[in-house]
Design a protein around this ligand. Sequence first.
Ligand code: 5GP
Ligand code: ZN
Length: 142
Amino acid sequence: MEDCIFCKIINGDIPSYKVYEDDDVLAFLDITQVTPGHTLLIPKKHVADIFEYDADLATKVFAKLPELARAIRAINSDIKGLNIINNNGQVAYQSVFHSHIHLIPRYSSDDDMSIKFADNSALYSPEQYADVQKAIANHLTN
Ligand code: 5GP
Ligand code: ZN
């Protein structure tokens, strides 16, 4: 897609530090290197976000994650864990609208990666959980 920075990386119009490539996906170093080894995995097909994947594309892209995660972990014995993050939509901190999955190796709990989940469980009754459960389940096809 024209004016897409990741399509330009796929086409070689913009340089990148590629770590893996096949017919369907490309993995390359994120320019920011939140932690050393921070890698992006992208489909070569331009899709903006997770909402545009079909199952076939998801299989091709997400199936590469375990092998890529192990390869990243293997670069440094100080890597103790790895966050896999996929931002979808501006509100979810997506800034490049060609879908991508961040693999961010973790060296310690106070390295340069941060993520915080609120615990709102005290606000939920069993009925409220069930309402949300049913609402989501009703939109799934099987
Ligand atoms: P998002 O915020 O959309 O989840 O992540 C987009 C990521 O793309 C950012 O972490 C940013 O550093 C990375 N990025 C943006 N432009 C480039 C680029 O030209 N080259 C590389 N390697 N990464 C980029
Ligand atoms: Zn693109």
